[in-house]
Design a protein around this ligand. Sequence first.
Ligand code: FEO
Length: 171
Amino acid sequence: MIPNTVAESLTKQMNLEFQAFYKYLAISSYCESKSLTGFAKWFGAQSEEEKVHAMKIYKYLLDQDQEIKLLPLTEPKAHFTSIKDAVATALENEKIVTKSICELMGVAIKENDYATHSFLKWFIDEQVEEEANVRNMLDQVTLVGDSGQGILMLDREFGARQGDKEEKESE
Ligand code: FEO
């Protein structure tokens, strides 16, 4: 069993990860509507990854004999002024998720909940990587500026994303 405070914080985090799934799906649909199919694929894969994060927490809560509360999702932003605006929105979201995970870890530590502390380590590491990936994308999009050719080149590059995380996790 885990303390109620930790269970409540985990439930909120699970919702935030489902919300991230929704946000990335909206960004992917925006990219698709602009014929940026590579970016659309990248954000589509990212949205699936967010669902995996949410389901990791879902399973952990069940393993800890907790009730699953699926909270409502809010409508994500789906209109952007540019691909740079869309990527900047993604980075802001990752920062929100990182802050929330760190706060959740703080709750687990305060409650001497060693199991949840151990469980959350993966998420802490994952957030460092996720923020770095999106920041890298934002840097590159900023670098090419308004160059259509540059954006199309990046679109091809990001479209080549494979199931990198899946491969890493199965190692
Ligand atoms: Fe699951 Fe990108 O945070």
